[in-house]
Write a protein that binds this ligand. Structure first.
Ligand code: PFF
Length: 496
């Protein structure tokens, strides 16, 4: 490459940025409701198995590949074999779609941060979220115009992302020194507040008591794998891009373990903060915990705020702390996908970085407008289901197959072992070549069959019209693959 590749300041800034990407809304907003929906405490078992069998091996793979090839996902896979470049673009496409709605969830957080000063939701948290914040329509077919406060907040989110990322990983390295520790400290504050409330232990009991019958359901397993991919930012091309800014001699395995364990530890920890507070809510409402917990993406915006509004003291402060926690958690995840896309494009074409960042932010804002309509929550829920469940899992599966069977895990393993303190053994080959693809492949096939037979729904009461699942699910998923193939076919600058 002609110009010198951008570099992280230090190993600490790389690891912090990677943790920043991994630890996000997914840990506090997504993990608790997914865990609850799929067996409560029992979900921790498939989640942990998914971490060991897919999370850590793939983190090592993505770091190793990015660092060895010194380029983002599409170019790195092209170097493995020319015809696999599209998989890298596919990863970036899936990540981009996720970032379109992820930024909208952040926009809700901005709205709630503002409402925290007056605890505006205190009389009816559910009604407030659905009628005032989302102005939710009756179904995905009824878009009903834009909800302006969410649109403004979305614009603000993309503006901030632009300024965090437009100069490259050196600025990122500095931003994450604040956006990574701050939410962890704030979560600690929420945790202490949570566990000292009456009813907290019933909430925690609920979080930690396993429903083992859930383990027989393959849906639970796929949900656990989906959550691991989402949470560790795997299958987005992000970790490959971030690692490509590390020196080729940097340690791989250690960094991969640190990132994966820090991320899953944070999810587990956040579960304590959330469920103890929900236990308090149940206590105050005099209902069983199972009655008060939402099973959908509204947990952080209805149930948790409701619990905050019932606190004996300093209600506003805890509201502000909670939403600042979510915003600082989300921002470094959101800009990491922009960095991955910028890296992918700049590896292939000569385009100034600022132009790509600006273009991406504008496109993402415009695409996000769909989720700012009155039907936004429905589309968000549908796309989240397809992108995380099928999109990330398929990319993960293909990464394993490509590296395991077309590149020979040995070559990558030898490289990783030559630079790392912890040496990886045969177990890693077995996971990447056989076990992980077998588990992912089986669950994807079973889930596709299931999705076709039994349409997806957010809650049992509101079934989606089938056309909306075809459009928001299968069509978008197919379009992302098609874009990947088209981008592969466009000629780039010649490298090497
Ligand atoms: N790892 C992030 C989380 O758990 O919140 C997920 C994520 C979302 C990463 C969107 C990147 C992204 F663009």
């Amino acid at each position: 490459m002609l110009e010198q590749r951008d570099r992280w300041f230090s190993r600490a800034s790389f690891v912090t940025a990677a943790i920043g990407s991994a630890v996000g809304l997914g840990n506090v907003w997504r993990f608790p409701f997914v865990a609850y929906k799929y067996g409560g405490g029992a979900f921790l078992i498939p989640y942990f198995v998914a971490l060991i069998t897919a999370g850590i091996p793939l983190m090592i793979l993505e770091y190793g590949l990015g660092q060895m090839m010194q380029c983002g996902a599409p170019e790195a896979l092209r170097k493995v074999k020319k015809r696999w470049e599209w998989v890298g673009w596919w990863a970036l496409g899936v990540g981009s779609v996720i970032s379109f709605y992820y930024a909208v969830v952040m926009a809700w957080c901005w709205n709630y941060l503002y409402y925290s000063f007056t605890v505006a939701w205190k009389d009816d948290a559910g009604g407030f979220f659905n009628e005032q914040v989302l102005q939710k329509s009756a179904g995905p077919g009824e878009l009903g115009g834009l909800v302006w406060p969410v649109v403004f907040a979305l614009a603000l989110t993309w503006l901030i992302i632009y300024f965090c990322i437009f100069k490259g990983v050196r600025i990122v390295g500095k931003v994450v020194m604040v956006t990574v520790p701050l939410p962890v400290i704030l979560l600690g504050v929420l945790l202490v507040r949570g566990v000292t409330l009456p009813g907290a232990f019933e909430g925690l009991g609920f979080y930690l008591t396993p429903d083992f019958s859930a383990l027989m359901d393959h849906e639970v397993w796929l949900a656990a794998y989906g959550q691991i991919f989402f949470s560790l930012s795997l299958g987005f091309g992000i970790m490959i891009a971030y690692a490509s800014y590390e020196a080729q001699t940097a340690d791989v395995t250690n960094n991969a373990f640190i990132t994966s364990l820090a991320n899953c530890g944070t999810s587990y920890f956040a579960g304590f903060a959330v469920f103890s507070t929900l236990g308090y809510l149940a206590y105050m409402l005099n209902q069983p915990v199972s009655e008060v917990i939402e099973k959908g993406p509204t947990l952080a915006f209805v149930t948790y705020p409701l619990a905050i509004s019932l606190l004996p003291k300093a209600v506003q402060i805890f509201g502000v702390i909670f939403f600042i926690t979510l915003l600082t958690l989300g921002i470094d995840s959101a800009f990491s996908i922009v960095e991955a896309v910028v890296t992918g494009i700049r590896d292939k074409w000569e385009v100034p970085r600022k132009k790509i960042v600006f273009g991406f932010c504008v496109v993402a804002f415009l695409a996000g407008l769909l989720f700012c309509t009155r039907a936004g929550l429905y589309w968000l829920d549908i796309m989240d289901e397809w992108m995380t469940r099928f999109g990330l899992a398929c990319v993960g599966l293909l990464e394993c197959v490509i590296i395991g069977w077309f590149f020979k895990t040995r070559r990558l393993k030898d490289y990783i072992n030559s630079v790392s303190e912890i040496r990886i053994g045969l177990w890693w080959d077995i996971f990447i070549k056989v076990l992980t693809p077998a588990i992912l492949g089986t669950s994807i096939v079973l889930s596709v069959i299931e999705r076709i037979q039994k349409p997806y729904m957010m809650t049992k009461e509101i079934p989606y019209p089938p056309w909306s699942l075809w459009v928001g699910g299968w069509l978008v998923a197919g379009a992302v693959v098609a874009v990947g193939i088209i981008l592969m076919r466009i000629k780039g600058k010649e490298i090497e």
